[in-house]
Design a protein. Structure first.
Ligand code: PA5
Ligand code: NI
Length: 195
């Protein structure tokens, strides 16, 4: 079905829908798409390349998964997904997601933490950085122009419900070259931020 929208644009009319999310477990029922990143997808991201290689050789475990509902990647839509980052370390660094800016840099994102413990690292191209604690029930607002990476400092999966404009896109390339100024490592049994 098409809809004559403002400005003469014809758009597909989507029917309303819902999805069940188990808030205690942090599980989305019947996602349309699951993105799986194994340790081998993280080459070049961790400081200790030998430790990452050892992890890959020891079975290349799943590092994180993203469970998504499909919507058109178009202005006006919201994309919602559940991000599940497993616990573990590469050397002394806690598991983290690749991290990205949005391709449409002026788009924000909300992360509602459903389970686990960790940090949301955020940085701007001009060098500002922030580390926001994540724990069950905490919502982190990632404003426009901030790259974001989640880090699991706990012993169970770090699970968040993420919502962002569906046309935002993911720019991984800039983080691959810039990295994040803060790394989260275990020192004497505790998570510490090192710069
Ligand atoms: O859109 C987001 O910010 C999240 O859904 C992430 O994509 C998810 O946490 C995985 O991280 P990354 O895309 O940095 O690999
Ligand atoms: Ni994002």
């Amino acid at each position: 079905m098409t809809l004559a929208a403002e400005g003469g644009l014809a758009r597909e009319l989507m029917m309303p829908w819902g999805v069940d999310i188990d808030l205690a477990e942090g599980a989305m029922a019947q996602p349309d798409r699951v993105l799986t990143r194994r340790a081998s997808a993280m080459a070049g991201y961790y400081r200790d390349a030998a430790a990452l290689d050892a992890l890959i050789r020891a079975g290349d475990p799943v590092h994180y998964e993203v469970f998504e509902k499909t919507v058109p990647e178009a202005y006006g839509h919201l994309l919602l997904c559940v991000s599940k980052l497993y616990p573990g370390k590469v050397g002394d660094e806690y598991f983290f997601t690749k991290g990205h800016y949005h391709t449409v840099s002026g788009t924000a994102e909300t992360y509602l933490c459903l389970r686990g413990q960790g940090l949301m690292l955020m940085k701007t191209a001009s060098g500002l950085c922030e580390a926001a604690p994540m724990c069950r029930g905490r919502l982190v607002y990632v404003p426009p122009h901030w790259a974001h990476r989640s880090v699991n400092t706990g012993g169970e999966p770090l699970i968040s419900l993420c919502v962002y404009p569906a046309d935002a896109g993911h720019n991984y390339g800039d983080i691959e070259s810039e990295g994040f100024p803060q790394r989260i490592v275990e020192s004497q049994g505790k998570a510490v931020i090192c710069t």
